[in-house]
Design a protein. Structure first.
Length: 45
């Protein structure tokens, strides 16, 4: 999956949503490997 957020506040809001909380609670059962976040910075438009 790839998702992009305007800022940390938008990412935090996403993490607090019920749909994400349900996903996070079952992610280990759904995914072959643990959920991993990789933060990237846009270098050009």
């Amino acid at each position: 999956m790839r998702e992009a957020f305007r800022d940390q506040a938008a990412l935090d809001a996403h993490f607090s949503m019920p749909y994400f909380q349900r996903f996070a609670a079952t992610a280990d059962d759904l995914l072959q490997e643990p959920l991993q976040l990789i933060f990237l910075e846009q270098v050009s438009a």
